[in-house]
Design a binder for this molecule. Structure first.
Ligand code: AMP
Length: 415
């Protein structure tokens, strides 16, 4: 299967070849022809599987073909984080490089001055990549109208459809013309948002690759039991011993990002913090420094969990576990991208043991627990995988443990 066989025009086939894309990935092979036919699409595919090109390449072609027409519209691509919008806009510019008439791509997101974005929108745009809040601000200031959107694309669509973004998304959808193509892409589509997704789509082509969300064969998932207090020295030891060149570490709070980065720096490991309350300049710099290899460790909240494409990222560490099981998939999906291999480590302590069992249950995982000599937890954790032999009847069954875990979470929620 080649890119031209999917119906893409020569300038787009050429850029794929230049990027060394030897053949379309499965999501590209499935989505590109459906999009070029003009239909709606809902596609889920594992992280790092070439989703961006799967919607950007055909969208550029459709917008380009419509250029001469009187009522030509523009493509609106929505994404949940600023970093992701910037990354998608960059892909649009790169992939469109050889089109005979260049397309104008604008990126709009909050946290920076709105005036340059208003100026840049003068004279219109062919592609606008936006976070929902800033897009609505610009509409309110009459900097753009959504009535000529011809293609609406939601990347990380389940996140945009869920609480937190749902109200803004509904306002945006109300401003769109009735006739538009709608494309929803995500690695995950929980049942709860499927119904909402359905309301946006007309007779969509449904693409689901692979069948389960956590089938990410290129990522080795490891679980290490360690006391809370032992996590920082253990992380340090693992980074040094394994000579990891680049590590993305997820923590639960903004404070922890700064605190842990500072602690690592004090021991001579270059580290930067990334969270939602930094200035946009600081966020961009932290990510750029990390991508350029100027800092070895990026300590981030879930703001970095979605969509970011960091080439050659060998390791992701869940220093704190994600609150939601869905975010586990997005976090670990930052590694093992585009056919590369990756390791995802999760630190589990006596306090978080039950929560990790729930994450495993949700994704039908059953991962072996490891302990690292010198960092064994002082509190005894119920072993998830029995040691060899064992006395029947004494060890709790997995079901018992799950029941206990669920009861503990319920208790916690009640308290
Ligand atoms: P994405 O899932 O869109 O974030 O893409 C993940 C990575 O895969 C990016 O670094 C792309 O450059 C790369 N990629 C996209 N399409 C292909 C392809 N057909 N062959 C090889 N790599 C690709």
């Amino acid at each position: 299967m080649s890119f031209s066989a999917l119906g893409l025009s020569e300038p787009l086939v050429r850029i794929a070849a230049e990027r060394n894309y030897l053949e379309p990935t499965p999501i590209q092979a499935a989505a590109i022809p459906a999009i070029l036919r003009g239909g709606d699409v809902r596609a889920s595919a594992q992280t790092g599987s070439g989703k961006t090109a799967a919607f950007v390449l055909p969208a550029l072609q459709l917008i380009h073909e419509a250029r001469g027409r009187r009522n030509r519209g523009f493509a609106l691509i929505l994404a949940p984080t600023r970093e992701l919008t910037a990354q998608i806009a960059q892909s649009c510019r790169t992939y469109g490089r050889h089109l005979p008439q260049p397309l104008k791509t604008n990126v709009v997101f909050g946290g920076v001055s709105i005036n340059p974005q208003m100026m840049a929108l003068r004279g219109g745009a062919d592609v606008i990549v936006a976070t929902p809040g800033r897009l609505l601000d610009l509409v309110e200031r009459n900097a753009l109208s959504l009535s000529s959107v011809s293609i609406l694309i939601l990347d990380e669509a389940d996140r945009l459809l869920a609480l937190g973004f749902a109200a803004e998304l509904a306002r945006i959808v109300a401003l769109l013309p009735a006739h538009r193509q709608c494309l929803l892409f995500s690695a995950t589509f929980p049942q709860a948002v499927r119904a909402l997704a359905h309301n946006l789509l007309r007779d969509p082509t449904l693409i689901e690759l692979p069948a389960t969300e956590t089938e990410i064969p290129a990522i080795l998932q490891r679980v290490i039991e360690v006391d809370r207090a032992g996590r920082t020295p253990l992380l340090r030891r693992l980074i040094v011993e394994n000579a990891w060149s680049r590590v993305l570490v997820f923590v639960a709070t903004k404070y922890s990002t700064e605190h842990l980065a500072e602690k690592l720096r004090k021991t001579g490991i270059g580290a930067a913090a990334l969270h939602g309350e930094l200035s946009q300049g600081a966020r961009t710099k932290a990510l750029a420094d990390f991508k350029a290899g100027k800092v070895r460790v990026l300590v981030a909240t879930d703001v970095a969990a979605r969509g970011l494409d960091i080439v050659a990222l060998p390791v992701v560490v869940n220093y704190d576990l994600p609150r939601s099981a869905v975010d586990y998939v997005h976090r670990i999906g930052r590694t093992g991208r585009a056919g590369g291999n990756g390791v995802a480590l999760s630190f589990v302590s006596a306090e978080t043991h039950a929560h990790f069992l729930l994450i495993e249950k949700r994704h039908r995982l059953d991962l072996r627990r490891e302990q690292i000599p010198g960092f064994e937890p002082s509190e005894i954790l119920a072993p998830a995988v029995p040691a060899s032999g064992g006395i029947k009847g004494r060890r709790k069954s997995k079901k018992d443990k799950l029941r206990e875990a669920a009861a503990r979470v319920e208790r916690k929620e009640r308290d």
